[in-house]
Design a protein around this ligand. Structure first.
Ligand SMILES: Nc1ncnc2c1ncn2[C@@H]1O[C@H](COP(=O)(O)OP(=O)(O)OP(=O)(O)O)[C@@H](O)[C@H]1O
Ligand SMILES: [Mg+2]
Length: 321
């Protein structure tokens, strides 16, 4: 399948200051591909250039240099924009329209007739779990989380082939986050490609196939989540939780195993070995010590750890300037 989003050397300078003489490079030579049907996570600390990238792709602002194609079309192609959906970072809607009126209006922009507009409006408001009692309320009376749901609904009104979501979980409570997470996952089942920015790393970990990490306007890392973890030094260590035996005792028995460590837990010990091969030796030692096995599992370096490390590297770089 050809790439659905192809970004090539995209660069954006904002002109700032009274005479707009000073330039701030928000995005610096970004090249990236997103394949059809995947959920792509776009990560980065505050100010890393995520929203700038999305605005460039949506043609809300213009690149300084470079370009991009979505669904094989140049980002300047208006017809292509009818086939995509976009949830802005801070959606701002017509305050005096009700949720129902607003979605009906959005559907009208795509030329659907009255009965189709009604069907789509009701289907979407249900899918984003907006309480039916609020459908006829003016948007100015909506909470942040409710507006976020309306924003998601409008992004899906045209059954887009790809949706761009800028912080889709922002302002949502834990239940809302879960619902939106399920909604995004269900888009994948429909074959929709998803390009999402989020700060909530656990959501990215659950949802995304591939991620890119931005650092100060530049692409720092990209790849499958698994690959990133490995590149970050995830060395396939294995954790073994045991009971009925002290950490001291087991660590003596494991002293011959290179890279093994153990620490006490409430009911026994937590052992970490360097590779799968060492698990057998550790289990043998456990049996000899008369302990019980509770669990054996690979130690996964969470995305958060990777992300924090990236941000710290960034601070280090700033310090050197
Ligand atoms: N309109 C603008 N004029 C001048 N500078 C801007 C403008 N918009 C963004 N910037 C700058 O560009 C950089 C990138 O901002 P951007 O909003 O793309 O970051 P982000 O990754 O979306 O951050 P966040 O996680 O906070 O949403 C920042 O340094 C920001 O100050
Ligand atoms: Mg942003």
């Amino acid at each position: 399948m050809p790439a659905v989003v192809e970004i090539e050397n995209l660069t954006k300078d904002y002109e700032v200051g009274f005479w707009r003489k000073r330039k701030v490079r928000a995005l610096d030579g970004l090249s990236l591909k997103v394949e059809g049907g995947e959920i792509f996570g776009f990560l980065g600390a505050n100010g890393a250039g995520k929203t700038t990238t999305l605005k460039l792709l949506m043609r809300l602002i213009y690149p300084t240099t470079g370009g991009a194609r979505i669904l094989g079309r140049d980002i300047g192609d208006v017809r292509m924009h009818a086939r995509i959906g976009y949830l802005p970072e801070n959606p701002y809607f017509y305050d005096y329209l009700t949720a129902r009126e607003f979605l009906n209006y959005c559907a009208q922009l795509f030329g659907y007739d009255a009965s189709e507009r009604k069907r789509r409006t009701e289907d979407l408001l249900t899918r984003v779990h907006l309480d039916e009692k609020s459908w006829n309320k003016q948007l100015r009376k909506f909470s942040k989380g409710m507006l976020q749901r309306v924003g998601l609904a409008q992004a899906l009104v045209n059954d887009p082939e790809i949706i761009f979501l800028d912080e889709p979980m922002s302002g949502l409570d834990p239940v809302g986050r879960r619902q939106v997470r399920d909604l995004i996952a269900s888009q994948r089942e429909r074959g929709t490609t998803v390009f999402m920015c989020s700060h909530i790393l656990s959501d990215i970990e659950v949802l995304c196939d591939r991620v890119a990490i931005m650092r100060r306007g530049r692409l720092a890392e990209t790849g499958l989540l698994e690959e990133l973890r490995e590149r970050a030094g995830d060395k396939h260590r294995i954790e073994i939780i045991v009971a009925g035996v002290g950490a001291e005792e087991i660590s003596q028995k494991l002293s011959a195993l290179e890279g093994a460590s153990s620490e006490p837990t409430a009911g026994g010990a937590r052992i970490e070995v360097a590779s799968e091969r060492d698990v057998d030796a550790a289990l043998l030692a456990l049996r000899q010590a008369g302990g019980r096995l509770v669990s054996v599992q690979p130690v996964k370096q969470s995305l958060e750890e990777l992300f924090v490390r990236e941000s710290e590297a960034e601070k280090g770089e700033q310090g050197k300037r």
